[in-house]
Write a protein of this length. Structure first.
Length: 616
């Protein structure tokens, strides 16, 4: 993201449908033990763990994201995984690093410890058949439903009428016909009693969550969200809500672990919601467990770049017992994860064994590590040289053994000193020049220094002042060490902070807090923009043309511009002095593609933005 202002985050939607032929005798099954060791429920059952995981544009939004996605899959202990927002190259790489089977399409990836028999595409997704013991089949269907309009935004940000919200969800968004098409492709499996699993980021909440008892958590709306209603009507059961039936005490929010502290320019917070799911149905299916899955406590956006958790969603897991109709020997299944998949030279990594069916022996091999081998269950390894390194674990007991080799799991980088930002003073007078000095920057031409009011969130509001590292608002030479000078300083007293941001985005690498003094007896009432200049456009979403309106409380210099999601200005509608009162401009989008755009109004020392959706 390059635009220094408000931006709604695009969500992708991912659904996985799994069908299992012939599952379990329920009364003979038991829940997986808390120590992570699974147990055979009878001699013909297979325990399977599923993971629904939105990987946030192929893991590109965190450092070494590919390694972190790989390690997250390992840490989850999953056997069958559905990845959303994963392109074909990324999906192929993850499957190959694990040595697992796969079916890959643009944006939707299925990977499995068990063999994939065949794959197929559909309107908004893909599917694959996976072969279990005794040739029993799991059919996996992935769909990617349309993202906008997003229901919780319509309710909590726009405060739309219930009818409008429902109409948007049922018709405008296309999600209902899309899920109907997906369900129609597996209707025969469901009616035949074939165990069926549906995983995914639906980009729609659940009708089981937005009920009268939870209206205070959902902006005082209760909504029968039609996507999950249709899924339920098809005979599928929500695994998380079955295991956690009370949405008041267990909301199960998956959106979003990194936007808990996000506020829009209006002062409204980012709506939290449960939009990632695993559903199931079928004869003799026993649900053993269902839960959310996140690694650690992720740093909040925009400080997320170094997170071990590579997503802006929480993932969802579900464990089931599967009747195969054939004897399943309790052989160990090799499973492990790394304490960190990204380290610097000389750091150690703790490896944790989570193999199932109680192995008694462990044989590790660590390419590039010290030691190179180990027979401990949970060894610690030091990596001294830059590179990507493979880890192999062989586990065994009296029944037999299993091997898991994960190629390029650990990413070792050279240690680099962190960015350091400093100001020439910590207390300034109003309009006093501010000098910011930085060292050890990444060396990008579009690294930038911005100044914000204390409490402002970058990308939710515009920076009051900003320059690229070359000291201008036009990127030039790539500089790692230098000085940026803000002539004339700040016009308002109060608490402020300066931040160093990476490569035209909002990855904050260092920050410094400071104050601006105020002349005695003067009260500053200009920090917050007056409500009377609120910016709006209608219709929104729009097809080709929309009317942008705003009001000025006094005569002032005004700039009105439209930006794309990269922060590139695509239209300047006004750049002139305007009189007090209401103003309107037409914006025509015939020459630009469908998508999310931002209208920015600058008025004096203030600015405000409005998200606009162009849908053809």
């Amino acid at each position: 993201m390059t635009q220094k202002g408000l931006q709604y985050r695009k969500r992708r939607i991912f659904i996985i449908l799994c069908f299992v032929a012939g599952l379990l005798v329920p009364q003979q099954a038991s829940k997986a033990s808390s120590d992570g060791i699974s147990h055979v429920h009878n001699n013909t059952t297979r325990e399977i763990k599923l993971l629904s995981f939105n990987v946030w544009v192929s893991g590109t939004n965190v450092k070494t994201g590919q390694n972190k996605v790989l390690n997250a899959i390992l840490m989850s202990g999953a056997d069958v995984v559905g990845l959303a927002e994963a392109d074909e190259a990324f999906g192929n790489t993850i499957a190959e690093k694990l040595g697992w089977f796969k079916y890959v399409t643009p944006d939707n990836v299925i990977i499995s410890r068990f063999p994939v028999h065949k794959g197929w595409n559909s309107i908004r997704g893909a599917g694959a058949e996976i072969i279990l013991d005794n040739n029993k089949t799991i059919a996996v269907k992935t769909v990617h439903l349309t993202a906008y309009p997003y229901g919780p935004y319509r309710a909590c940000l726009d405060e739309a009428d219930y009818t409008d919200i429902y109409v948007d969800e049922e018709t405008t968004s296309n999600r209902v016909p899309e899920i109907a098409e997906a369900l129609s492709t597996i209707d025969a499996y469901i009616k035949a009693g074939v165990p069926t699993f549906l995983l995914g980021d639906l980009n729609s909440p659940s009708h089981q969550d937005w009920i009268e008892e939870t209206v205070e958590s959902h902006c005082f709306y209760a909504v029968e969200w039609p996507v999950t209603v249709k899924i339920e009507q098809a005979g599928l059961i929500d695994t998380y809500r079955q295991m956690h039936p009370n949405p008041v005490t267990d909301p199960g929010n998956t959106w979003s672990p990194i936007y808990h502290n996000w506020f829009y320019g209006s002062g409204k917070p980012e709506p939290m919601d449960r939009i990632d799911f695993i559903f199931y149905s079928g004869n003799n299916v026993l649900l053993l467990d269902a839960d959310l899955f996140v690694i650690g406590t992720p740093e909040q956006y925009p400080l997320h770049l170094q997170n071990d958790w590579p997503s802006d969603h929480a993932a969802v897991t579900a464990t089931v017992a599967v009747e195969t109709g054939a004897e399943v020997r309790p052989l160990p299944i090799a499973k492990f994860y790394a304490g960190s998949a990204a380290v610097v030279e000389g750091e150690s990594v703790q490896f944790t064994d989570i193999s199932t069916n109680m192995p008694t022996q462990w044989e590790w091999k660590f390419d590039g590590g010290v030691p190179e081998t180990s027979t401990e269950q949970h060894p610690v390894v030091v990596y001294n040289r830059q590179g990507e390194y493979t880890v192999t674990l062989k586990v065994s007991n009296a029944e037999g053994g299993d091997i898991l080799q994960v190629n390029g799991l650990v990413n070792v980088q050279q240690e680099v000193s962190g960015v350091h930002l400093e100001l020439n003073k910590r207390v300034y007078a109003i309009d006093e020049t501010i000098i910011a000095t930085f060292e050890n920057g990444p060396g990008n031409a579009k690294d930038w220094v911005g100044i914000y009011k204390e409490g402002d969130t970058p990308n939710a509001v515009w920076s009051t002042l900003w320059f690229y590292v070359n000291g201008s608002q036009s990127a030039g030479e790539a500089i790692s060490d230098g000085t940026v000078t803000f002539l004339g300083g700040l016009p308002n007293a109060g608490s402020w902070w300066a931040g160093f941001f990476e490569n035209d985005g909002y990855a904050l690498l260092d920050s410094v807090r400071f104050k601006v003094g105020e002349p005695s007896g003067v009260q500053n009432d200009q920090i917050n923009a007056p409500e009377s200049w609120a910016l709006s456009n209608y219709p929104n979403p729009f097809n080709a043309e929309t009317r942008i309106t705003f009001a000025l409380p006094q005569d002032e210099n005004v700039t009105l511009q439209v930006y794309d999601v990269r922060g590139v200005c695509i239209a300047t509608l006004a750049q002139q002095r305007m009189t007090r009162g209401e103003h309107a401009f037409q914006f025509n989008g015939n020459s630009i593609p469908s998508g999310c755009y931002f209208c920015r109004l600058q008025y004096g020392d203030h600015s405000v933005m409005r998200k606009m959706l162009l849908i053809r």
